[in-house]
Design a protein around this ligand. Sequence first.
Ligand code: ADP
Ligand code: MG
Length: 350
Amino acid sequence: MCISSRMNCDRHRPIELIEWVIIVLLSTVILHGCGSNPYQTFHGETMGTYFRVVGNCSPTLTQEFLETELEKLTAILSTYEPDSAVSIFNRTLTVGEWMSLDEVLVDVIDIAQQVSAQTNGAFDITVAPLVEIWGFGATEVIDRPPSDLIAGALKRVNYKLLEIDESTRLVRKHADIQLDLSGIGKGYGVDHIAKKLLKQHDCSDFLVDIGGEIRVLGRNDANKPWRIGIEAPDESGKVQAYVQLSDGAIATSGSYRNYRIFDTVLYPHVIDPRSGLPASHNLLAVTVYHETAAEADALATALFVMGFDEALEFAETHDTAIALTTWDSEAEEKRVKYSTAMELLMKSRN
Ligand code: ADP
Ligand code: MG
């Protein structure tokens, strides 16, 4: 390379292949090493679970910033907070009238409704009355709810009873429905933080994790794609497989963390909005890859509702990367089945 007039330069000599390789390698090191900020890690609590953020962001990113952003989100989306936008929406009895809601709430509803339509109602944020009677809401429940109570709750559960006008972003109820955003809230929170990191804090590489719903971009501090573990569906916290990602989100839904036991029968917290019953099958967990964490989160819940066969068929027809963990009662062991898209994703090195 000719960088000085005192060097013996041949101006007309073409750059050789080995020199190109050196140029490319050097610029990669410089871009990755000097051009970006050092990696930092933040931990905290939100939405009844933990959050973790790792990234090469500017010093403007602080623990306080993350906590404030997540508090602002829960103040809108949490049904546990009586003054949140969603709780106020749940309490209003106005049926049939268009309502203007908080922008974030409308955005979450919009994504949720799209996943509901795509999954034929397996994912449904109007599931709140069922969540309540099965003991996963504010009320403590001691016995299995009787069938008339389930039938009564079911009349108020259907995503089609909630209408959203995409152009005006207004929303209206067609019955006295109530929303539960727990099946999408964590994923939405991950996307929200990811957006902030990109737009306000100059992060080119990051990982955002809220309670196991994860989104990544770029590479880790070892300059490798992020390595995301798919946890075994039990209390062990052991990882049963890894996916290497440099863009996108991974979410898991399962029966192993949150359930009720009535008369020795285990009922998971994911409920089939069509039957009114908790999803009951040999599926222990569903892990989904998607571009956004909100969609991955909602899809994982929907596919858990569907059960093994329907979930696998959905994944194959929609080219979705999923892992299904089942309990083989004869062999008394867990089995993991990957969709074709997940097998490809696991082989790829990004
Ligand atoms: P986790 O919170 O363990 O990540 P999910 O993302 O699957 O699990 O969300 C489960 C929560 O979503 C339940 O606790 C309930 O509040 C709500 N929920 C239950 N069934 C459904 C459903 N079919 N569609 C949408 N939300 C649901
Ligand atoms: Mg979910």
